[in-house]
Design a binder for this molecule. Structure first.
Ligand code: ZN
Length: 317
């Protein structure tokens, strides 16, 4: 079984614009600067808390030439980011003064929140939850307001497999991934884990199918506590007819991938070894990290990637 969201990965357009938004404006830490392990012509940005802990990370593949995502069935329709209790007023001011259109409203289950989108149109929501996290060098937002977790997501499940009022996605979350059903409101069912992760599943028969692209979620990764349990889960999934990728080494975690019945790509990732396997706390994200198979081509890879300007503290654009 899994115990929460590990990271969520998106496609974006312009790399610099994405870095300016998530580091410069949202104040997340760039904890790892690397390339798409399946395509080293593209960056892979990992944003997170001070140490890039599981449950804090949003990651992006910038592909400037792609098209925009369409939110619809078989897509993630929104991500939720946790900010410390009492910090929404700060964010309202900060986002509004940066020219971001915001909506101060309650989420589907009555929590105060700020809804807005990133530069590629990815729908985001800030929700107050818990205490401030740990500070790090060169923070662009004071630690008492900084985003702590990125472990809420909303999925628009396909509708063809509802049984006993529950989507096939919801059944998978409970039966295979070990999540609890928390609450249902109309056509939205909420599932969660004790670490505070939340997945809302929308069952909307008349919703058109979505498609991936800029501003779209590529996959959601769930935490698993050991490699042994990961292999066990892979065998259980395969025994139930889910085709998996088999084991994949992502340097910072080990992964398996499969498509859930509603159409969203899921990953199950280990907490270990984590972001600090190849960098210290101080130096996280400061230099381009390449997996061993690409190290020999570092010069070529670096020349082909767009140059980046680091957002400075307080320099939100
Ligand atoms: Zn992933």
């Amino acid at each position: 079984m899994t115990h929460g969201i590990h990271h969520i990965t998106m496609i974006c357009g312009d790399a610099q614009e994405n870095l300016d938004f998530y580091v410069g404006l949202l104040g997340m830490r760039l904890v790892k600067l690397t390339v798409n392990f399946d395509d080293p012509t593209a960056y892979h940005f990992y944003y997170g808390d001070a140490t890039g802990s599981p449950g804090s990370a949003l990651t992006f593949f910038p592909y400037p030439d792609g098209r925009s995502a369409l939110i619809g069935n078989a897509m993630v329709s929104e991500l939720g980011l946790s900010v410390p209790v009492g910090s929404l007023a700060y964010w309202q001011d900060r986002l509004a003064s940066a020219g971001v259109q915001i909506l101060f409203e309650q989420d589907r289950f009555g929590a105060d929140s700020i809804a807005f989108s990133d530069r590629d149109g990815l729908p985001l929501r800030l929700i107050e939850s818990g205490e401030p996290g740990q500070a790090w060098p060169e923070m662009t937002v004071p630690v008492e307001y900084a985003i702590t977790k990125s472990q809420r997501a909303t999925i628009m499940a396909g509708t063809s497999h509802v049984r006993g009022g529950e989507t096939a996605t919801g059944q998978l979350m409970k039966d295979m991934l070990g999540w609890e059903s928390i609450q249902t409101n109309g056509n939205v069912s909420r599932y969660g884990t004790p670490d505070g992760s939340i997945l809302d599943i929308i069952n909307e028969p008349n919703q058109a199918w979505g498609r991936g692209g800029h501003g779209g979620v590529h996959h959601i990764a769930f935490r698993i506590d050991s490699h042994e349990h990961q292999i066990e889960l892979m065998h259980r999934l395969e025994a139930k007819g889910h085709r998996t990728s088999g084991e994949v080494d992502r340097t910072y975690f080990r992964s398996i991938y499969f498509r859930e019945p509603g159409g969203v790509l899921f990953e199950v990732a280990t907490d270990e070894p984590g972001m600090m396997i190849d960098e210290t706390f101080e130096s996280l994200g400061r230099s381009l990290r390449l997996p061993p198979q690409y190290e020999g081509r570092r010069d070529l890879i670096e020349r082909a990637l767009p140059k980046l300007v680091r957002p400075e503290a307080g320099a939100a654009r």
